[in-house]
Design a protein around this ligand. Sequence first.
Ligand code: NAD
Length: 290
Amino acid sequence: SMTIRNEIAEEVRHLSQKYGKVPGLAVVIVGNRKDSQGYVSMKRKACAEVAIKSLDIDLPEDVSQDDLIAEVHELNANPDVHGILVQLPLPKHINEEKVLSEISIEKDVDVFHPLNIGKLAMKGREPLFLPCTPKGCLELLSRSGISIKGKKAVMVGRSNIVGLPVSLLLLKADATVTLVHSHSHDPESIIREADIIIAAAGQAMMIKGSWIKPGAAVIDVGTNAIDDSSRKSGYRLVGDVDFQEACKVAGWVTPVPGGVGLMTVAMLLKIKNTVDGAKLSVLLQNKSCC
Ligand code: NAD
């Protein structure tokens, strides 16, 4: 992640010096969930490290869907903003899909817009940006020297945010891809066939050592809080994979939390998308001058 950070900082310097443009990332946060606040402070720190501007929009828990959408429209029109993140989950009275699809495609750095997902799915097409957590998973594989082409990959979970885009990226990387989800019969025997397992089901330690083919690569995206009375907080975070067991069987497995810092990589990729957005706006501006 140091390399990614340096690459981004270099691009920001270039953009500011050559075009006087500082990339800006807007983060919209509704209510005051503790975990969301944590993500947001991490984002702020990551932005500061590569000298991009971050703009925080804090809205109250009871904000109406219309007011939230109006805020998104304002950010769409703001020329100093090149990336917009809406921190999920949103309160129950708001339709997440509706709000996310209002973010303009050029600023959709989280890649939640249906048109971007569509482009991700099609052979020969690319979305403007790559989705961050999914791209982070593939970066982890490639930077660890694990080849994907021709391998059997099982994606556990099919959410719009993680499972679906990861499966599409794996497919584009020429894996044979199987999706396991909450309606799958006998997930255990499907998962045991996999050379590469990516877990994003949100089910604490669901995948046992005996479910893993010896030598398989396992990426655990799941982040689940479970009770732990020995901790001051009263909880600890575990993945979707039983890490202790998996270590004995897998060739390669990512711990939760931390270790490989999946979250940090994903964060940096969001910021990279913002910088790419700023470059895009420079290009568009230059075009309209000619
Ligand atoms: P989600 O709840 O939207 O989706 C869960 C998916 O898992 C669904 O498709 C569901 O069908 C499937 N599933 C549920 N139970 C299952 C079971 N028993 N067997 C097989 N499949 C099952 O969750 P999400 O937003 O995709 O997040 C998944 C996990 O990843 C969560 O723990 C979340 O906290 C974590 N997450 C981590 C990051 C990161 O960057 N580290 C980012 C996003 C999400």
